[in-house]
Design a protein around this ligand. Structure first.
Ligand SMILES: *Cc1c(COP(=O)(O)O)cnc(C)c1O
Length: 368
């Protein structure tokens, strides 16, 4: 494996994973049946990765084992205090059959930043990427080959120490599971409607908004239910100064009339890798890109005046989604529809599926 440049973990030895094969793995016929119509997040591959961590032993006992329930002590800290983080990254099958993932060093670094915020141990980026390879080595056949299909990889880490006192856990587990994913949008990409959450926040200044942690999602469920009650697909959150933050699990991007692209930036927003990649592709095309605060007023007035010509959301699961409607308690703003979001979406997915040159060296091969 090539070592990452400028990585503080460079020079680490690869881990030795003990592999236990699943003796009741799905048959090839059953697997093909699932891959023909995988949906999202309901089917799982035959194996999972598990690495233990303790204060005394550091990272140890790396394993690939049959996918199945985890045994936890009822006093495990994660069940009480939510000390947990996760990642989301996909594996793509190229036309020649090879399996690649996209910028895994970025996910590995983000997992480390999330770990720091949640007082969890930092898994070296090299070992994070190795865990993806180890799972693909046994479950590579689960990477689907249909249009816009992928194998969604879900790394996560949690406090497993049985202790009800409040402090960072001394025992932690890292797991990696995988779930085949179909095209997010069946019948083409459709603009989504967004509900403006005025009564609930997802993050606060100095909070955990920039970390990928389950608690942020737990607190987004009630506002998301409010969005459904108001016939909207997703919810957008504001910060305490009424600046736009993001959706529950996707970043927001605005396109201005002069071609400038603006995305909200603050330490309460999750730094999306899809957003970073899309903005790089836009820069390559000559667009000016700005990360700064965007107030709700700037959004609404920009749309009303025609200064804002497109608004879209982005994240690994749905890639890029145009925003068609912004709705609040007392307003309903139709959003302008443009071509840029879908054209950037196509360029990005072409790179991910190996249909277009990977000029930035973003792809990492996982098999072979
Ligand atoms: C994961 C996530 C995103 C998108 O990040 P990607 O790296 O693009 O998948 C955006 N917002 C939140 C809150 C997230 O958890």
């Amino acid at each position: 494996m090539t070592l990452l440049e400028n990585d503080p973990d460079a020079g680490l030895e690869a881990l030795e994973f003990a592999v236990t094969r699943n003796l009741t793995a799905a048959s090839a016929a059953r697997r093909e049946e699932i891959l023909a119509n995988p949906g999202f997040g309901t089917h799982f591959t035959d194996h999972m990765v598990d690495i233990c961590w303790s204060v005394r032993g550091g990272w140890h006992r790396p394993r690939v084992q049959p996918y199945g329930p985890i045994t936890l002590d009822p006093a495990a800290a994660v069940l009480h205090y939510g000390q947990e983080i996760f990642e989301g990254i996909k594996a793509y099958r190229h036309a020649d059959g090879s399996v690649h993932t996209f910028r895994p060093d970025q996910n590995g670094r983000r997992l480390q930043r999330s770990a720091r915020r949640l007082a969890l141990p930092e898994l070296p980026v090299e070992w994070f990427i190795q865990s993806l390879r180890e799972l693909i080595a046994v479950d590579g056949d689960w990477v689907p080959s249909g249009a816009d299909q992928s194998l969604y990889l879900r790394p996560f880490m949690f406090a497993k120490e049985a202790f009800l006192g409040v402090r960072p856990a001394n025992k932690v587990a890292y797991y990696l599971i995988a779930s085949p994913a179909g095209a997010y949008f069946t019948g083409g990409v459709k603009p989504v409607s967004i509900w403006l959450s005025e009564d609930y926040a997802r993050a606060g200044k100095g909070g955990t908004g920039a970390a990928k942690t389950g608690g942020n999602y737990a607190s987004s469920l009630l506002p998301q239910a409010e969005a459904y009650e108001n016939e909207c697909d997703q919810v957008v959150f504001l910060d305490q100064d009424r600046n736009v933050e993001e959706l529950g699990g996707m970043n927001v991007v605005f396109v201005y009339k002069d071609g400038t692209i603006v995305t909200p930036q603050s330490d309460s927003i999750l730094e999306g890798i899809t957003r970073d990649s899309i903005l790089q592709l836009a820069r390559d095309r000559g667009h000016k890109v700005e990360g700064r605060a965007v107030s709700l007023d700037e959004w609404r007035q920009g749309v009303a005046s025609g200064d804002i010509v497109e608004v879209f959301a982005c994240g690994t699961a749905a890639v890029v989604t145009p925003i068609g409607i912004l709705k609040g308690h007392d307003f309903f703003d139709e959003q302008p529809v443009g071509e840029l979001a879908l054209s950037l979406r196509e360029e990005l997915t072409d790179i991910q599926y190996g249909r277009r040159e990977d000029k930035h060296g973003w792809l990492v091969r996982l098999d072979g």
